[in-house]
Design a protein around this ligand. Sequence first.
Ligand code: DX5
Ligand code: ZN
Length: 224
Amino acid sequence: MTRRTLQIAPSILAADFGCLGDQVMQAQAGGADMIHIDVMDGRFVPNITMGPLVVQAVARVARIPLDVHLMIIEPERYINQFADSGASAITVHVETCPHLHRALTQINEAGCRAGVALNPHTPATAIREVLELVSQINVMTVNPGFGGQPFIRATTRKISQLRRMALDGGHDLDIEVDGGVNSQTIATARACGANIMVAGSCIFGHADGIAAGIAALRRAAASS
Ligand code: DX5
Ligand code: ZN
């Protein structure tokens, strides 16, 4: 099992939007490796969140990469706009892309790392034929749409399958887990082969502050 470097990606979905710039800077100073930005359209998922304007605003203060997760239908229509707004990585959902190969190519041509996300019910095999285009896989460990949901344990089998599939195909890529990641669940995800840990509520909602939330996750991951 590969051990790619552990990276913590705070999801600003759980941040205080009244002082978003300050929250992003606190996450950065607290050792975040990237900022995860959840874009929702009220169609693919029930919730509506943020768009390119917010990505631009975060890009003005962040000195670490912006990891943009598109939970929107027809994401191809917006890929270039998010790339121009400062995204480093853009992730599309396999469930929203009948032409997934084309969408991932578009992300690469826009100069971003291409990511593909799988809902909890979507099998690992759905992305086998596009792995060469992908820099990162997002394994949804909750049903997308909201922060603060419990980690779905059944998805851990898929993390291991994807890591094995990538290794067998010679693909050196990142696997991120997204949803319900906290001090109780991070070690399992790490042990299965995930290396980018997206976390919202347990970082921005930590009683001792954002930096303490990140530190607690790193400690818990190290125990795997
Ligand atoms: C869910 C989003 C996640 C979410 C994670 O649709 O993709 O990034 O913010 O939040 P927590 O860590 O609270 O589960
Ligand atoms: Zn996300």
